[in-house]
Ligand binder design. Structure first.
Ligand code: FES
Ligand code: FES
Length: 156
């Protein structure tokens, strides 16, 4: 199928896309945006989280046929040119990145949380990130990163 969408602010027109191809594959393989990670491809890990029309979703569960006319924002699109987004910076300053595989999905999920709830409680924070799995860290540094981004604590 032919489809058009906006990805990170740029209009994209794509031809010959199977309607059942996942948005995750479309982003990584057709649009060469490798920030969005493919881990489980079953909606279980959150590594592939992106915004579709302002909602953070698992891109492995979204079919290309569903995104015609949509506005997609990936982790790459959160940065302002070469300048990292404060949530991205907070993950670095908190030491919340080890292998980094889960990080883009967590950054988008944290960004979505703070957009709706700028001053989250710890319970809200844990609930918001519950769908994002990390195999490396003990999560506390990830939670610290979100607290830093929310201005609740300082980077150490
Ligand atoms: S790759 Fe999509 S949720 Fe795991
Ligand atoms: S830092 Fe490796 S999976 Fe999270």
């Amino acid at each position: 199928m032919k489809l058009c969408c906006t990805v990170n602010g740029e209009w994209c027109a794509l031809d010959d896309v199977p309607g059942s191809e996942s948005l995750l594959r479309l982003l990584r393989e057709r649009l060469r945006l490798p920030g969005t990670k493919n881990a489980c491809e079953q909606g279980e890990c959150g590594s592939c989280t992106v915004y579709v029309d302002g909602e953070a979703v698992c891109s492995c569960l979204v079919a290309a046929g569903q995104i015609d006319g949509s506005d997609i924002v990936t982790v790459e699109g959160l940065a302002d040119g070469a300048e990292a987004h404060p949530v991205q910076e907070a993950f670095v300053s908190a030491g919340a990145v080890q292998c980094g595989f889960c990080t883009p999905g967590l950054v988008v999920a944290a960004h979505a949380l703070l957009a709706k709830t700028p001053d989250p409680t710890d319970a809200e924070l844990r609930e918001a990130l519950a769908g994002n799995l990390c195999r490396c860290t003990g999560y506390e540094k990830i939670f610290d990163a979100v607290r830093i981004a929310a201005g609740k604590t300082e980077a150490t």
